[in-house]
Design a protein around this ligand. Structure first.
Ligand code: CTP
Length: 401
């Protein structure tokens, strides 16, 4: 979460979803943001300003139509203080005002004065949301660079079913963080592989490895946050799909091969963070093997090397990044893999390093580049490692053009 130290001006307008803004305020604060809440008068009919005061630690500014000097100063200072300006829930009314520059209360005047990125989360009755007037107003705002978080569909407070629900807090947080994040991977297609593969011995048993998938999921999450169109081909993991990512689940190395190779041609960047099983049992039994049937010497056959295949078929402009986890001779093995598999970059990590490896939230890596150069960033979170990987890949793209 990159919201720490940011000032979020949160405007709550009058709809039944206003109560959900309390949870948003709390989660923003937990993420390290300063939250300054503004409410329209009608919002106060749904939830008390005191709730936000308690959660944010600041006085909630309510539009009282008290146009005195302090009021004027306050709305301008909040407009300036905002790193990001959020309207959640946003009624059809505030959306219409925002689209047409109407400034007749605290929220709309402050909105008009701010230069911060603006995030709007519409929430209203389906009929109001689907009305062409509202849709056109949202289109106008989108064209002006406002970030619109689409409402969810489902059961609405008015009894209707359809689009118009305020999305859950994680989706709102994701939209707010995205508005604060440069969209430098926009228009790029990124495919990431993550997690282990499982090679079945029988319906009960398999060969696998300790990969948790955390590194690959962090890469997919950061790519989506930076605007890429992301496909995550994942082995079995316990992790939630990062927001904005299309996930394709696979089990075996051969499943992963099919899923990746069939999509590879369309990708600008492919990052192979998965721990792919090099071997599979020569035979997979249809029925559970009994103790007495189990041969102590299991015959194995080689799996296809997906990264090597991608290296062979790489198209001009496509970037390929592999991973290598080693327990010894890290850099020799890694630079050999980089060359053999025709990668542009290889991320090497040693299972022996503290804070690196399977299941950890941090990673200590060395990046090896095709031109022979290397870089060893300090120990950092897997999300930060993901950002460094994309920063370097983007720099290589820029220097190639
Ligand atoms: N990889 C792959 N397909 C395989 C094996 C590995 O795509 N069948 C990819 C991994 O996703 C990783 C990179 O190759 O990005 C390195 O994996 P690793 O297992 O370290 O490489 P190997 O070539 O298997 O080398 P070795 O087992 O000799 O260390």
């Amino acid at each position: 979460m990159h919201l720490a130290g940011k000032t979020v001006v949160l405007c709550v307008t009058g709809g039944i979803a206003a109560y959900k803004a309390a949870d948003l305020t709390s989660k923003l604060r937990q993420a390290g943001a300063t939250v300054r809440v503004l409410m329209t008068e009608s919002a106060t009919q749904f939830i008390s300003p005191i709730t936000f005061e308690t959660l944010s630690g600041y006085r909630t500014v309510v539009d009282t139509f008290d146009r005195n000097f302090a009021w004027e100063v306050e709305h301008i200072s909040l407009a300036k203080a905002a790193d990001v300006f959020v309207i959640a829930p946003a009624t059809a009314n505030i959306i219409a005002k925002a689209a047409h520059g109407i400034a007749d209360d605290m929220v709309s005047t402050t909105l008009l004065a701010t230069k911060a990125p603006v995030v709007i989360a519409p929430a209203m009755n389906t009929g109001m949301y689907d009305n062409p007037v509202t849709q056109q107003n949202l289109q106008t705002l989108r064209a002006r660079g406002f970030h619109i978080i689409d409402p969810a569909a489902g059961h609405l407070a008015c009894g209707d079913t359809g689009r118009g629900k305020l999305p859950d807090t994680p989706t709102l947080l994701h939209g707010i963080e995205q508005a604060l994040t440069p969209q430098d991977l926009k228009s790029l297609r990124v495919l990431v592989t993550a997690g282990p593969t499982q090679e079945a011995l029988d319906p009960v048993r398999f060969l696998s490895n300790h990969s948790s998938g955390k590194m690959g999921y962090a890469i997919a999450a950061r790519a989506a946050m930076r605007g890429a169109q992301v496909t995550l081909v994942s082995g079995p993991t316990a992790l939630a799909t990062p927001l904005g990512v299309e996930r394709v689940d696979i089990v075996s190395a051969r499943d992963m091969y099919d899923a990746v190779v069939s999509r590879a041609g369309a990708q600008d960047i492919i990052i192979k963070a998965a721990a792919v099983g090099d071997y599979r049992p020569a035979q997979t039994a249809d029925e559970k093997l009994k103790k007495s049937d189990l041969d102590l010497n299991i015959a194995l056959v080689r799996n296809p090397d997906i990264l090597a295949e991608l290296g062979r078929t790489k198209h001009p402009g496509q970037q390929l990044c592999g991973f290598a986890m080693e327990t010894q001779n890290l850099l020799e093995n890694a630079s050999d893999k980089l060359r053999r598999k025709n990668c542009d970059m290889l991320v090497a990590n040693s299972l022996r390093d503290k804070g690196a490896g399977f299941g950890t939230d941090t990673n200590a890596v060395t990046l090896l580049f095709a031109d022979g150069t290397r870089e060893t960033p300090p120990l950092m979170s897997k999300e930060d490692v993901a950002d460094v990987i994309f920063d370097r890949l983007l720099a290589m793209r820029e220097s190639a053009t």
